[in-house]
Design a protein around this ligand. Sequence first.
Ligand code: PLP
Length: 386
Amino acid sequence: MTRDIIEQYEQEFSSLFQAKRAFAFWKGRVALYAILKAMGIGQRDEVILPGYTCVMNVNPIKYLGAKPVYVDIEPNTFNINPKLLPEKITNRTKVIIAQHTYGYVCDMDAVMEIAGQKQVPVIEDCCLSLGSKYKGQLAGTFGEAAYFSFQWNKPYTTGLGGMAVINAEELAERIETLVEKQACEPGFQEVMMLWVQLCIYRAFVYPRTTALAQSLFRYLTKKGVIVGSSAASEFKPTMADDFLKKTSNMQAGSGLKALKKLDNIIAHRKVMADLYDRLLSEKGWPTRQYDRSVMQPVMVRYPVRIKQKDKALSKAAKAGKELGSWFECPLHPIETPLQTYDYTVGMCPEAEKAAREVVNLPLHSRVSEKTAWQIVDFITAFTASN
Ligand SMILES: *Cc1c(COP(=O)(O)O)cnc(C)c1O
């Protein structure tokens, strides 16, 4: 008997975390939606998350009629500042989303202790932290549930893709029912388009061509030729009918292949991040600030603060240097109507400062030692001359 490829992918992913169950979805945000919905989140409930995130992470909360409540970040790790957490918890708080930003794990001792005292469940946003550990324990194994993304920029990519990893038996059963009753199947055409994109990506996207490829992808998405990671309808808090979508065999197959290479993917990211530490410190720049005896991060990108971020980004794009900008504002991207998402400017000062200052350096499998030192040369020279 042949085992369903999606089921196999879910089981292999789940066993990485020794979780109860894993459920694969079309995107990471869909996994979050499924978890929140299965937890019964609805009108008037409050969901806590950092004010340094992507709007696509806030949509599922809004779709359910709940209110996002933002907590400011801690400036070194860009993660929720646990000191500010207790004052945000009310009797309406139903969930805390602990987002492990760039690969740095949240201060989980503090987060879990506060959540435990207040009896609020924790969902871990592991979209940027596959393989990261806190006190030797994998991110994704602390809360009731965790979710992952396999979009283009994530630890590994299946084009688009997401996974919900569930550590609580009852919640797993509720998600299973939700998927059976309400989730739709991806369409043949969108899967084909995604597959074509994945082939193009594998063949052509290298650090030098990334900026070009991104603008081409954005253009083709607007023209409806390819499936972008975010449709125009996703920039407002109204859910599309086919939002709750399962994954495809194509994505699951691609994910299973990536899992076989996961140790190498993680090792490469660690080596390159250490290399950036060394190269930057040789230039007298600050490097990553985190407690090495507590956290073993697997970074998705390497964040650096610079002055004149916008100018640096446009110069880098012209020079063919892959400099990224997450997050452009507290609810990335810069076009997000903050008020619609219950964010008021000034709510999270550290997050707003980080959004003005932080660029990030690539760590993916195409980044070689040479690209790393070229990028470090670029940003240090840029800063010296500006
Ligand atoms: C990418 C990302 C998501 C959403 O993942 P998609 O697969 O694009 O839906 C959620 N949270 C964080 C922190 C992310 O970086």
